[in-house]
Ligand binder design. Structure first.
Ligand SMILES: C[S@@+](CC[C@H](N)C(=O)[O-])C[C@H]1O[C@@H](n2cnc3c(N)ncnc32)[C@H](O)[C@@H]1O
Length: 292
């Protein structure tokens, strides 16, 4: 049962959650698929796990009581940890980047500042300042998406923006609260699922099979997809609830034949006029959901 309070908080059953949305746009982000994904969540969730968290659309929408979030990208995970543990310092840093950028008089100066920050980010350690650079670069580049080259260096080009708005303080603070008791890990998806038991829930959103995966140095190979399938089977045997999304390809459907597979429409490649190409994804579950 879902209802809304006067402060905008949403009551799910007995618990109140304050809405929060992803603080970074991400390749393969799932905001568009949220109604399809949330209507397939199990009724009861022990520990909620997202081994490929990316922008975390489903996590922020669900805000489970107990969760583990993981991604292999160390810069992204540094941002999650900074939002959880140092949100005020992060807001201060973001404010500084925003003010400095917007104060430059010419686009050439803005461009110079962008590339200087990119160099610092690529040399940087995993600090709160580095988390602020992550947000600054993604909001100032040409399409708002994180992109790395084969050496793992951020390589998105400047987006020729006149002025930027880097953050929504209320949303960042809601995200920080949503992450307070969450275990945030930076590793491989298999390790993130160690020790799960019956009644826990895992949402797998791995990189798409055989499509653009340039945001992740090294990509996600066929061997990784097989390793993931193997893990899905082991978790099924342990009665852990699993949901997985991917592109609608014969390869994925054959791999997961025998599980519940729903094909859902998605819009891809939104262009400047807002026209999108219709595509399809699959949502696979190892349990009966409300949708099947
Ligand atoms: C499709 S994206 C997830 C999108 C996310 N659900 C969202 O809503 O934004 C896939 C993620 O998997 C991560 N990844 C790639 N290989 C991985 C691995 N072996 N273990 C863990 N994460 C990995 C990538 O860094 C990327 O963030």
């Amino acid at each position: 049962m879902k209802s809304t309070t006067t402060t905008g908080s949403v009551i799910f059953g007995a618990s109140i959650i304050t809405p929060a949305s992803p603080f970074t746009k991400w390749v393969g982000g799932k905001t568009q698929l949220l109604p399809e994904l949330s209507s397939r969540l199990p009724e009861q969730i022990g520990t909620y796990v997202e081994p490929f968290v990316g922008g975390g659309a489903l996590f922020f929408n669900t805000q489970p009581a107990k969760a583990i979030l993981n991604d292999s990208n160390p810069k992204l995970i540094n941002l999650y940890v900074s939002v959880r543990d140092h949100v005020e310092e992060l807001v201060d840093r973001l404010s500084e980047y925003e003010t400095r950028f917007n104060a430059f008089n010419t686009l050439d100066e803005k461009q110079g500042f962008y590339y200087q920050t990119r160099t610092e980010f690529n040399a940087g350690t995993l600090t709160v300042d580095d988390a602020a650079r992550f947000v600054f670069l993604n909001k100032t580049n040409f399409n708002g998406l994180y992109r790395e080259n084969a050496e793992g260096k951020y390589n998105a080009a400047f987006g020729w923006k006149e002025s930027i708005r880097l953050f929504d303080e209320a949303n960042l603070s809601n995200c920080s609260a949503a992450l307070k008791n969450v275990d945030i890990l930076n590793g491989d998806f298999e390790d993130a699922c160690d020790g799960l038991t019956a009644g826990d829930f895992v949402y797998f959103d791995p990189p798409y099979y055989s499509t653009f995966d340039g945001y992740q140095a090294g990509g996600f190979s066929e061997e990784d997809h097989l390793r993931l399938h193997n893990l899905f089977q082991r978790l099924t045997a342990s009665r852990v609830h699993c949901m997985l999304s991917n592109s609608n390809t014969d390869y994925i459907k054959d791999l997961y034949a025998g599980y519940n597979i729903d094909v859902v429409p998605v819009k891809r490649n939104i262009n400047r006029n807002g026209n999108g190409r219709q595509g399809e994804e699959v949502i696979i579950t190892n349990y009966k959901s409300n949708q099947n």
